[in-house]
Write a protein that binds this ligand. Sequence first.
Ligand code: MN
Length: 491
Amino acid sequence: MEREFEKLLKRFGEYGSKKGCEVVVRAWEFAKLAHAGQKRLTGDPYVSHPLEVAKILVGWRLDKTSVVAGFLHDTIEEGGAREADIIEEFGEEVARLVDGVTKITDIRLKGSKEKVFVENLRKMLLVMASDLRVVLVKLADRLHNMRTLAALSKEKQLENALETLEIYAPLAERLGIGEVKGKLEDLAFPYVYQKAYARVKKESRLRYVGAQEEIDMMKAELKKRLKKEKLVCRIAGRKKHLYSLWKKLERPEIDWNFDEINDIVALRIVVKRTVECYEALGIVHSIYKPVPHIGISDFIAQPKPNGYRSIHTKVFGPKGRVVEVQIRTEEMNEQAEYGIAAHWAYTEAKAGGAEDRVLEKGGVVAGRKLNWVKQLVNWQEEIKDSEEFLRAVKFDAFNHRNFVFSPKGDVYDLPSRATPVDYAFEVHTDLGNYIKGAKVNGRVVSLDYQLKSGDVVEIVKSKNPRKPGKNWLEFAVTTTARRKIKRAMEN
Ligand code: MN
Protein backbone atom coordinates (compact mmCIF):
# COMPACT_ATOMS: atom_id res chain seq x y z
CA MET A 1 0.00 0.00 0.00
CA GLU A 2 2.84 2.37 0.76
CA ARG A 3 4.05 1.90 -2.78
CA GLU A 4 0.56 2.75 -4.08
CA PHE A 5 0.63 5.90 -2.01
CA GLU A 6 4.05 6.88 -3.35
CA LYS A 7 2.66 6.57 -6.87
CA LEU A 8 -0.29 8.76 -5.97
CA LEU A 9 1.98 11.37 -4.45
CA LYS A 10 4.16 11.41 -7.55
CA ARG A 11 1.13 11.94 -9.79
CA PHE A 12 -0.19 14.66 -7.52
CA GLY A 13 3.23 16.35 -7.57
CA GLU A 14 3.00 16.61 -11.36
CA TYR A 15 0.38 19.34 -10.97
CA GLY A 16 0.18 20.06 -7.22
CA SER A 17 2.29 22.45 -5.20
CA LYS A 18 4.99 21.37 -2.74
CA LYS A 19 2.84 22.52 0.14
CA GLY A 20 0.00 20.48 -1.30
CA CYS A 21 2.19 17.36 -1.28
CA GLU A 22 3.00 17.88 2.39
CA VAL A 23 -0.67 18.06 3.32
CA VAL A 24 -1.45 14.96 1.26
CA VAL A 25 1.24 13.01 3.14
CA ARG A 26 -0.26 14.14 6.45
CA ALA A 27 -3.74 13.11 5.31
CA TRP A 28 -2.46 9.62 4.46
CA GLU A 29 -0.87 9.27 7.93
CA PHE A 30 -4.07 10.55 9.56
CA ALA A 31 -6.25 8.06 7.66
CA LYS A 32 -4.00 5.13 8.57
CA LEU A 33 -4.22 6.09 12.21
CA ALA A 34 -7.98 6.61 12.20
CA HIS A 35 -8.67 3.28 10.48
CA ALA A 36 -5.98 1.27 12.32
CA GLY A 37 -7.03 -2.35 12.67
CA GLN A 38 -10.21 -1.94 10.60
CA LYS A 39 -11.02 -4.15 7.65
CA ARG A 40 -13.29 -3.86 4.62
CA LEU A 41 -15.73 -6.64 3.82
CA THR A 42 -13.38 -7.60 1.00
CA GLY A 43 -10.83 -8.51 3.70
CA ASP A 44 -8.52 -5.62 2.75
CA PRO A 45 -7.33 -3.15 5.38
CA TYR A 46 -9.95 -0.39 5.59
CA VAL A 47 -7.50 2.34 4.67
CA SER A 48 -7.10 0.84 1.20
CA HIS A 49 -10.52 2.34 0.43
CA PRO A 50 -9.72 6.02 1.14
CA LEU A 51 -6.44 5.46 -0.67
CA GLU A 52 -8.28 4.29 -3.80
CA VAL A 53 -10.74 7.19 -3.53
CA ALA A 54 -7.88 9.69 -3.30
CA LYS A 55 -6.24 7.98 -6.26
CA ILE A 56 -9.34 8.50 -8.38
CA LEU A 57 -9.45 12.18 -7.34
CA VAL A 58 -5.80 12.64 -8.31
CA GLY A 59 -6.65 10.96 -11.61
CA TRP A 60 -9.15 13.77 -12.17
CA ARG A 61 -6.37 16.17 -11.24
CA LEU A 62 -8.34 17.72 -8.41
CA ASP A 63 -6.97 20.22 -5.91
CA LYS A 64 -5.32 19.30 -2.59
CA THR A 65 -8.43 20.01 -0.52
CA SER A 66 -10.43 17.43 -2.48
CA VAL A 67 -7.64 14.85 -2.33
CA VAL A 68 -7.23 15.34 1.43
CA ALA A 69 -11.00 15.04 1.87
CA GLY A 70 -10.81 11.80 -0.12
CA PHE A 71 -8.35 10.38 2.38
CA LEU A 72 -10.38 11.55 5.36
CA HIS A 73 -13.95 11.04 4.14
CA ASP A 74 -14.66 7.98 6.34
CA THR A 75 -12.41 8.76 9.31
CA ILE A 76 -15.25 10.14 11.47
CA GLU A 77 -18.18 7.95 10.44
CA GLU A 78 -16.26 4.68 10.14
CA GLY A 79 -12.94 5.38 11.87
CA GLY A 80 -11.77 6.74 15.20
CA ALA A 81 -11.38 10.43 14.35
CA ARG A 82 -13.38 13.39 15.63
CA GLU A 83 -14.39 16.46 13.67
CA ALA A 84 -12.33 18.62 16.00
CA ASP A 85 -9.21 16.64 15.07
CA ILE A 86 -9.79 17.28 11.39
CA ILE A 87 -10.39 20.99 11.92
CA GLU A 88 -7.24 21.25 13.99
CA GLU A 89 -5.04 19.32 11.57
CA PHE A 90 -6.47 20.33 8.21
CA GLY A 91 -8.75 23.33 8.73
CA GLU A 92 -12.44 24.16 8.35
CA GLU A 93 -12.61 23.72 4.59
CA VAL A 94 -11.54 20.07 4.65
CA ALA A 95 -13.84 19.40 7.61
CA ARG A 96 -16.75 20.89 5.70
CA LEU A 97 -16.06 18.66 2.71
CA VAL A 98 -15.85 15.55 4.88
CA ASP A 99 -19.10 16.50 6.60
CA GLY A 100 -20.77 17.07 3.24
CA VAL A 101 -19.70 13.68 1.94
CA THR A 102 -21.07 12.01 5.09
CA LYS A 103 -24.41 13.78 4.65
CA ILE A 104 -24.75 12.65 1.08
CA THR A 105 -23.91 9.11 2.15
CA ASP A 106 -26.90 9.17 4.48
CA ILE A 107 -29.26 9.60 1.60
CA ARG A 108 -31.13 6.41 0.93
CA LEU A 109 -33.54 6.27 -1.91
CA LYS A 110 -35.23 2.99 -1.16
CA GLY A 111 -37.47 2.03 1.70
CA SER A 112 -40.36 3.68 3.44
CA LYS A 113 -38.48 6.64 4.77
CA GLU A 114 -39.07 8.87 1.79
CA LYS A 115 -39.50 11.91 4.02
CA VAL A 116 -36.06 11.36 5.51
CA PHE A 117 -34.68 10.98 2.05
CA VAL A 118 -36.12 14.31 0.96
CA GLU A 119 -34.73 16.06 3.98
CA ASN A 120 -31.29 14.65 3.30
CA LEU A 121 -31.54 15.58 -0.30
CA ARG A 122 -32.32 19.15 0.67
CA LYS A 123 -29.24 19.17 2.86
CA MET A 124 -27.18 17.64 0.12
CA LEU A 125 -28.22 20.29 -2.36
CA LEU A 126 -27.28 23.03 0.03
CA VAL A 127 -23.87 21.47 0.58
CA MET A 128 -23.49 20.94 -3.13
CA ALA A 129 -24.30 24.54 -3.92
CA SER A 130 -21.72 25.78 -1.46
CA ASP A 131 -19.04 23.43 -2.70
CA LEU A 132 -19.37 21.09 -5.66
CA ARG A 133 -16.23 19.24 -4.63
CA VAL A 134 -18.38 17.36 -2.11
CA VAL A 135 -20.10 15.65 -4.99
CA LEU A 136 -16.83 14.88 -6.73
CA VAL A 137 -15.41 13.19 -3.62
CA LYS A 138 -18.69 11.32 -3.20
CA LEU A 139 -18.61 10.15 -6.81
CA ALA A 140 -15.06 8.85 -6.37
CA ASP A 141 -16.18 7.09 -3.17
CA ARG A 142 -19.11 5.50 -4.97
CA LEU A 143 -16.92 4.47 -7.90
CA HIS A 144 -14.60 2.50 -5.64
CA ASN A 145 -17.47 1.03 -3.62
CA MET A 146 -19.09 -0.19 -6.82
CA ARG A 147 -15.84 -1.86 -7.85
CA THR A 148 -15.84 -3.83 -4.61
CA LEU A 149 -19.58 -4.46 -4.50
CA ALA A 150 -19.18 -8.23 -4.88
CA ALA A 151 -18.15 -8.45 -1.20
CA LEU A 152 -21.55 -7.23 0.06
CA SER A 153 -24.74 -9.19 0.68
CA LYS A 154 -27.13 -9.72 -2.25
CA GLU A 155 -29.56 -7.25 -0.75
CA LYS A 156 -26.96 -4.49 -0.27
CA GLN A 157 -25.62 -5.12 -3.75
CA LEU A 158 -28.99 -4.45 -5.31
CA GLU A 159 -29.69 -1.45 -3.10
CA ASN A 160 -26.36 0.23 -3.87
CA ALA A 161 -26.46 -0.60 -7.54
CA LEU A 162 -29.98 0.83 -7.90
CA GLU A 163 -29.01 3.98 -6.06
CA THR A 164 -26.03 4.33 -8.35
CA LEU A 165 -28.24 4.15 -11.43
CA GLU A 166 -30.92 6.45 -10.03
CA ILE A 167 -28.88 9.13 -8.29
CA TYR A 168 -25.13 9.02 -8.83
CA ALA A 169 -24.85 8.25 -12.53
CA PRO A 170 -27.37 11.00 -13.46
CA LEU A 171 -25.54 13.34 -11.11
CA ALA A 172 -22.26 12.64 -12.90
CA GLU A 173 -24.01 13.23 -16.20
CA ARG A 174 -25.45 16.54 -15.06
CA LEU A 175 -22.02 17.65 -13.94
CA GLY A 176 -20.73 16.75 -17.38
CA ILE A 177 -18.46 13.94 -16.19
CA GLY A 178 -19.39 11.54 -18.96
CA GLU A 179 -16.59 9.10 -18.30
CA VAL A 180 -17.69 8.55 -14.70
CA LYS A 181 -21.34 8.24 -15.62
CA GLY A 182 -20.53 5.43 -18.05
CA LYS A 183 -18.31 3.62 -15.56
CA LEU A 184 -20.88 3.81 -12.75
CA GLU A 185 -23.65 2.54 -14.99
CA ASP A 186 -21.62 -0.37 -16.27
CA LEU A 187 -20.64 -1.36 -12.73
CA ALA A 188 -24.27 -1.30 -11.56
CA PHE A 189 -25.77 -2.90 -14.67
CA PRO A 190 -25.12 -6.63 -13.89
CA TYR A 191 -26.49 -6.29 -10.35
CA VAL A 192 -29.75 -4.60 -11.31
CA TYR A 193 -30.61 -6.15 -14.67
CA GLN A 194 -28.85 -9.50 -14.64
CA LYS A 195 -30.58 -11.06 -17.64
CA ALA A 196 -30.41 -8.00 -19.84
CA TYR A 197 -26.74 -7.60 -19.00
CA ALA A 198 -25.96 -11.17 -20.02
CA ARG A 199 -27.90 -10.77 -23.25
CA VAL A 200 -26.30 -7.47 -24.28
CA LYS A 201 -22.88 -8.79 -23.46
CA LYS A 202 -23.35 -11.94 -25.49
CA GLU A 203 -25.04 -10.38 -28.51
CA SER A 204 -22.72 -7.41 -28.75
CA ARG A 205 -19.46 -9.32 -28.64
CA LEU A 206 -19.24 -10.08 -32.35
CA ARG A 207 -20.51 -6.63 -33.23
CA TYR A 208 -17.74 -5.04 -31.27
CA VAL A 209 -15.14 -7.20 -33.00
CA GLY A 210 -16.45 -6.40 -36.48
CA ALA A 211 -16.70 -2.69 -35.76
CA GLN A 212 -13.25 -2.68 -34.22
CA GLU A 213 -11.64 -4.07 -37.38
CA GLU A 214 -13.22 -1.34 -39.45
CA ILE A 215 -12.14 1.34 -37.01
CA ASP A 216 -8.57 0.09 -37.01
CA MET A 217 -8.43 0.35 -40.80
CA MET A 218 -9.76 3.90 -40.65
CA LYS A 219 -7.38 4.85 -37.90
CA ALA A 220 -4.36 3.83 -39.96
CA GLU A 221 -5.60 5.64 -43.06
CA LEU A 222 -6.52 8.82 -41.18
CA LYS A 223 -3.23 8.91 -39.33
CA LYS A 224 -1.39 8.90 -42.64
CA ARG A 225 -3.54 11.62 -44.19
CA LEU A 226 -3.62 13.90 -41.16
CA LYS A 227 0.13 13.65 -40.88
CA LYS A 228 0.52 14.55 -44.53
CA GLU A 229 -1.55 17.68 -43.86
CA LYS A 230 0.72 18.42 -40.88
CA LEU A 231 -2.08 18.22 -38.36
CA VAL A 232 -0.78 17.21 -34.95
CA CYS A 233 -3.35 14.97 -33.31
CA ARG A 234 -4.16 11.82 -31.45
CA ILE A 235 -6.63 9.24 -32.71
CA ALA A 236 -8.33 6.80 -30.40
CA GLY A 237 -11.11 4.28 -30.68
CA ARG A 238 -13.94 4.42 -28.15
CA LYS A 239 -16.25 1.56 -27.22
CA LYS A 240 -19.80 2.38 -26.28
CA HIS A 241 -20.53 1.53 -22.65
CA LEU A 242 -22.69 -1.59 -22.30
CA TYR A 243 -25.44 0.04 -20.25
CA SER A 244 -25.99 2.88 -22.70
CA LEU A 245 -25.88 0.36 -25.54
CA TRP A 246 -28.66 -1.58 -23.82
CA LYS A 247 -30.74 1.57 -23.30
CA LYS A 248 -30.44 2.29 -26.99
CA LEU A 249 -31.29 -1.28 -28.03
CA GLU A 250 -34.44 -1.08 -25.94
CA ARG A 251 -35.77 1.98 -27.79
CA PRO A 252 -38.87 1.00 -29.75
CA GLU A 253 -37.53 2.38 -33.04
CA ILE A 254 -34.39 0.24 -32.67
CA ASP A 255 -35.87 -2.85 -31.06
CA TRP A 256 -32.59 -4.78 -30.72
CA ASN A 257 -31.58 -4.28 -34.33
CA PHE A 258 -27.82 -3.78 -34.03
CA ASP A 259 -27.67 -2.44 -37.59
CA GLU A 260 -29.49 0.66 -36.36
CA ILE A 261 -26.69 1.46 -33.92
CA ASN A 262 -23.95 3.52 -35.49
CA ASP A 263 -21.86 4.41 -32.50
CA ILE A 264 -21.10 1.01 -30.95
CA VAL A 265 -17.51 2.02 -31.52
CA ALA A 266 -16.45 5.50 -32.51
CA LEU A 267 -13.29 7.14 -33.65
CA ARG A 268 -12.06 10.13 -31.75
CA ILE A 269 -9.66 12.65 -33.21
CA VAL A 270 -8.17 15.03 -30.65
CA VAL A 271 -6.38 18.11 -32.00
CA LYS A 272 -4.79 21.19 -30.47
CA ARG A 273 -6.89 24.11 -31.66
CA THR A 274 -10.55 24.67 -32.49
CA VAL A 275 -9.92 25.62 -36.14
CA GLU A 276 -8.07 22.34 -36.56
CA CYS A 277 -11.28 20.49 -35.67
CA TYR A 278 -12.81 21.82 -38.87
CA GLU A 279 -9.67 21.06 -40.88
CA ALA A 280 -9.76 17.50 -39.58
CA LEU A 281 -13.46 17.28 -40.46
CA GLY A 282 -12.63 18.26 -44.04
CA ILE A 283 -9.97 15.58 -44.26
CA VAL A 284 -12.27 12.91 -42.83
CA HIS A 285 -14.97 13.76 -45.36
CA SER A 286 -12.50 13.75 -48.24
CA ILE A 287 -11.82 10.07 -47.50
CA TYR A 288 -15.14 8.84 -46.11
CA LYS A 289 -18.49 10.19 -47.31
CA PRO A 290 -20.84 11.51 -44.64
CA VAL A 291 -24.14 9.66 -44.31
CA PRO A 292 -26.94 11.82 -45.74
CA HIS A 293 -29.40 13.34 -43.24
CA ILE A 294 -27.82 11.99 -40.08
CA GLY A 295 -24.37 13.37 -41.00
CA ILE A 296 -22.86 16.16 -38.97
CA SER A 297 -23.61 17.64 -35.55
CA ASP A 298 -21.53 20.65 -34.59
CA PHE A 299 -21.56 20.85 -30.80
CA ILE A 300 -18.66 23.29 -30.94
CA ALA A 301 -20.77 26.01 -32.54
CA GLN A 302 -23.74 24.93 -30.42
CA PRO A 303 -22.58 23.20 -27.23
CA LYS A 304 -24.97 20.91 -25.39
CA PRO A 305 -26.39 22.51 -22.25
CA ASN A 306 -24.16 20.40 -20.00
CA GLY A 307 -21.22 22.04 -21.75
CA TYR A 308 -20.33 19.19 -24.10
CA ARG A 309 -18.38 20.37 -27.15
CA SER A 310 -17.27 18.25 -30.09
CA ILE A 311 -18.02 17.70 -33.77
CA HIS A 312 -19.73 14.41 -34.56
CA THR A 313 -19.96 13.10 -38.06
CA LYS A 314 -21.31 9.79 -39.26
CA VAL A 315 -19.51 8.45 -42.30
CA PHE A 316 -19.47 5.30 -44.40
CA GLY A 317 -16.41 3.28 -43.39
CA PRO A 318 -14.26 1.24 -45.81
CA LYS A 319 -16.49 -1.83 -45.39
CA GLY A 320 -19.69 0.15 -45.70
CA ARG A 321 -20.51 0.22 -42.03
CA VAL A 322 -21.67 3.57 -40.60
CA VAL A 323 -19.00 4.88 -38.23
CA GLU A 324 -19.17 7.87 -35.95
CA VAL A 325 -16.13 10.15 -35.87
CA GLN A 326 -15.80 12.65 -33.03
CA ILE A 327 -13.46 15.60 -33.39
CA ARG A 328 -12.45 17.88 -30.53
CA THR A 329 -9.54 19.71 -28.90
CA GLU A 330 -7.61 18.42 -25.87
CA GLU A 331 -9.40 20.93 -23.70
CA MET A 332 -12.85 19.87 -24.93
CA ASN A 333 -11.86 16.24 -24.40
CA GLU A 334 -10.83 16.88 -20.84
CA GLN A 335 -14.06 18.71 -20.19
CA ALA A 336 -16.17 15.98 -21.72
CA GLU A 337 -14.54 13.34 -19.56
CA TYR A 338 -14.12 15.18 -16.33
CA GLY A 339 -16.65 18.00 -16.66
CA ILE A 340 -16.76 20.29 -13.71
CA ALA A 341 -13.84 18.39 -12.22
CA ALA A 342 -11.69 19.73 -15.04
CA HIS A 343 -12.29 23.23 -13.71
CA TRP A 344 -11.15 22.37 -10.22
CA ALA A 345 -7.93 21.05 -11.63
CA TYR A 346 -6.86 24.61 -12.32
CA THR A 347 -7.10 25.64 -8.69
CA GLU A 348 -4.22 23.50 -7.66
CA ALA A 349 -2.12 24.53 -10.59
CA LYS A 350 -2.72 28.15 -9.73
CA ALA A 351 -1.97 27.40 -6.07
CA GLY A 352 -4.91 28.60 -4.13
CA GLY A 353 -6.73 30.77 -6.68
CA ALA A 354 -10.19 31.77 -5.50
CA GLU A 355 -12.88 29.22 -6.22
CA ASP A 356 -15.17 31.64 -7.98
CA ARG A 357 -12.48 32.68 -10.38
CA VAL A 358 -11.93 29.09 -11.38
CA LEU A 359 -15.56 28.53 -12.05
CA GLU A 360 -15.69 31.70 -14.09
CA LYS A 361 -12.83 30.35 -16.15
CA GLY A 362 -15.25 27.84 -17.55
CA GLY A 363 -17.37 30.78 -18.67
CA VAL A 364 -20.84 29.95 -19.87
CA VAL A 365 -20.27 26.26 -19.46
CA ALA A 366 -19.44 26.24 -15.79
CA GLY A 367 -22.03 28.94 -15.25
CA ARG A 368 -24.72 26.76 -16.71
CA LYS A 369 -23.75 23.83 -14.58
CA LEU A 370 -23.90 25.99 -11.52
CA ASN A 371 -27.23 27.41 -12.57
CA TRP A 372 -28.62 23.94 -12.49
CA VAL A 373 -27.51 23.50 -8.89
CA LYS A 374 -28.73 26.96 -7.97
CA GLN A 375 -32.12 26.22 -9.43
CA LEU A 376 -32.45 23.11 -7.30
CA VAL A 377 -31.53 25.09 -4.23
CA ASN A 378 -34.09 27.75 -5.04
CA TRP A 379 -36.74 25.09 -5.31
CA GLN A 380 -35.79 23.54 -2.05
CA GLU A 381 -36.30 26.92 -0.45
CA GLU A 382 -39.53 27.65 -2.30
CA ILE A 383 -41.23 24.30 -2.34
CA LYS A 384 -42.33 23.35 1.12
CA ASP A 385 -44.24 20.25 0.17
CA SER A 386 -41.81 17.30 0.18
CA GLU A 387 -43.66 15.35 -2.43
CA GLU A 388 -43.63 18.17 -4.92
CA PHE A 389 -39.96 18.78 -4.21
CA LEU A 390 -39.07 15.16 -4.71
CA ARG A 391 -40.96 15.11 -7.95
CA ALA A 392 -39.17 18.27 -9.07
CA VAL A 393 -35.76 16.84 -8.33
CA LYS A 394 -36.31 13.38 -9.71
CA PHE A 395 -38.15 14.57 -12.73
CA ASP A 396 -36.50 17.75 -13.84
CA ALA A 397 -32.97 17.19 -12.78
CA PHE A 398 -32.32 13.52 -13.13
CA ASN A 399 -34.51 12.47 -15.98
CA HIS A 400 -33.41 12.01 -19.52
CA ARG A 401 -32.95 15.41 -21.14
CA ASN A 402 -33.88 16.76 -24.53
CA PHE A 403 -32.01 19.57 -26.16
CA VAL A 404 -34.24 21.81 -28.24
CA PHE A 405 -33.49 25.02 -30.08
CA SER A 406 -35.12 28.42 -30.32
CA PRO A 407 -35.51 29.79 -33.86
CA LYS A 408 -32.39 31.85 -33.14
CA GLY A 409 -30.40 28.76 -32.25
CA ASP A 410 -30.27 29.07 -28.46
CA VAL A 411 -30.23 25.71 -26.75
CA TYR A 412 -32.69 24.72 -24.04
CA ASP A 413 -32.38 21.66 -21.89
CA LEU A 414 -35.78 20.07 -21.16
CA PRO A 415 -36.81 16.75 -19.60
CA SER A 416 -38.31 14.06 -21.83
CA ARG A 417 -42.06 14.45 -22.56
CA ALA A 418 -41.67 18.25 -22.40
CA THR A 419 -44.04 20.18 -24.67
CA PRO A 420 -44.01 23.60 -26.39
CA VAL A 421 -45.71 24.99 -23.27
CA ASP A 422 -42.80 23.81 -21.10
CA TYR A 423 -40.41 25.32 -23.60
CA ALA A 424 -42.21 28.70 -23.54
CA PHE A 425 -42.07 29.00 -19.75
CA GLU A 426 -38.46 27.87 -19.78
CA VAL A 427 -37.55 30.67 -22.16
CA HIS A 428 -39.43 33.38 -20.30
CA THR A 429 -42.58 33.78 -18.20
CA ASP A 430 -43.72 36.44 -20.63
CA LEU A 431 -43.52 34.05 -23.54
CA GLY A 432 -45.61 31.57 -21.54
CA ASN A 433 -48.29 34.20 -21.11
CA TYR A 434 -48.61 34.89 -24.84
CA ILE A 435 -48.90 31.36 -26.22
CA LYS A 436 -51.28 31.19 -29.14
CA GLY A 437 -49.84 28.19 -30.90
CA ALA A 438 -46.59 26.41 -31.61
CA LYS A 439 -44.47 25.32 -34.53
CA VAL A 440 -41.84 22.61 -34.43
CA ASN A 441 -39.32 22.49 -37.26
CA GLY A 442 -41.54 24.92 -39.14
CA ARG A 443 -44.71 22.83 -38.88
CA VAL A 444 -47.74 23.72 -36.74
CA VAL A 445 -48.14 21.29 -33.82
CA SER A 446 -50.57 20.99 -30.92
CA LEU A 447 -49.49 22.38 -27.58
CA ASP A 448 -49.21 18.91 -26.04
CA TYR A 449 -46.73 17.80 -28.73
CA GLN A 450 -43.79 15.97 -27.15
CA LEU A 451 -40.51 17.60 -28.13
CA LYS A 452 -37.50 15.62 -29.26
CA SER A 453 -33.81 16.48 -29.12
CA GLY A 454 -32.85 18.69 -32.02
CA ASP A 455 -36.33 20.16 -32.52
CA VAL A 456 -36.52 23.86 -33.35
CA VAL A 457 -39.41 25.27 -31.40
CA GLU A 458 -41.24 28.47 -32.22
CA ILE A 459 -44.07 29.89 -30.12
CA VAL A 460 -46.75 31.73 -32.10
CA LYS A 461 -47.49 34.70 -29.89
CA SER A 462 -50.87 36.27 -29.20
CA LYS A 463 -51.31 40.05 -29.26
CA ASN A 464 -52.42 40.22 -25.63
CA PRO A 465 -51.54 38.10 -22.60
CA ARG A 466 -53.75 35.03 -22.25
CA LYS A 467 -54.76 32.76 -19.44
CA PRO A 468 -53.29 29.26 -19.65
CA GLY A 469 -55.53 26.61 -21.19
CA LYS A 470 -57.55 24.52 -18.74
CA ASN A 471 -55.89 21.30 -19.86
CA TRP A 472 -52.27 22.52 -19.84
CA LEU A 473 -51.55 20.94 -16.49
CA GLU A 474 -52.45 17.60 -18.04
CA PHE A 475 -49.37 17.68 -20.25
CA ALA A 476 -46.93 20.30 -18.93
CA VAL A 477 -44.11 18.46 -17.18
CA THR A 478 -41.47 20.91 -15.97
CA THR A 479 -41.77 22.29 -12.47
CA THR A 480 -41.24 25.83 -13.74
CA ALA A 481 -44.15 25.62 -16.18
CA ARG A 482 -46.50 23.83 -13.79
CA ARG A 483 -45.93 26.35 -11.03
CA LYS A 484 -46.47 29.30 -13.32
CA ILE A 485 -49.59 27.82 -14.88
CA LYS A 486 -51.06 27.13 -11.45
CA ARG A 487 -50.30 30.65 -10.34
CA ALA A 488 -51.82 32.19 -13.46
CA MET A 489 -55.01 30.13 -13.08
CA GLU A 490 -55.44 31.28 -9.48
CA ASN A 491 -55.33 34.94 -10.47
MN1 MN B 1 -16.19 5.67 1.68
